[in-house]
Design a protein around this ligand. Sequence first.
Ligand SMILES: [Zn+2]
Length: 259
Amino acid sequence: MPPPKTYRAEGLVLKNIPFGEADLLVTLYSREFGKLKAVAKGARRSNSKIVGHFEPLTVAKLSMARGRTLDIVNQVEVTENFSSLKSDLTTLARGLYVAELVDGFGSEASSNQQLYDLAIETLGAIQQHPSWELVLRRFELHLMRASGFMPELFHCVDCRKPLEPEQHRFSPDAGGTLCLDCAPYGVQIRSLSLRALKVLRLLHRSRIADLPQLQAHESLEQEVKSLLSTAISYWMDKEIRTNSFLNHLERLPKAEVSS
Ligand SMILES: [Zn+2]
């Protein structure tokens, strides 16, 4: 039996680009079908009823028609637009970073509800709690987990011995933690402090609501950020565009960012 000509989906808009004279080509991450690309006809006309419905970081219920090459959006109803997240430059940049990583890790035509729920939950937390720095670190770790790339945090990935409570090493391409006796050939190896390993394990088992109880000194947060960034970059295998913008914002005095 041929697939139905129309279908419904709920999705998060990751990005859009102008398409044809007045249309948009929209990339969404949907709860039901994973990553989708679809054309929103007339979405760039100033008098269109759907202007703004396909901004990145908008959640919508959609009715779509299957096309020969690209699907077409028939109807759209916005259910969440994260308006206060978008009103601040830092939280907007963090939200766009989440969208870029979901775009990078998400597969087309392959549902991953865990990844969808993680993205929506993380955007909600960024909006509600702009000062929670560890939200993005938890997202990075759980994104790898939901995508099947979770780094090992309890055993040496080479000799398989359980890790003793001491200094270790970390290698994203070897698959996670290494004991000090093991150094597989040809992989990148980073040092990993016991404190950073503990933070990674805590982030691994934490719910978002638990994050305020996780206090980490700035230098420790930087170490965890750098380790996760190495792993994310390794699996994404391309430059993360929003990263340099986020780092730039973090270096600016707060008053300058909000003006
Ligand atoms: Zn080992």
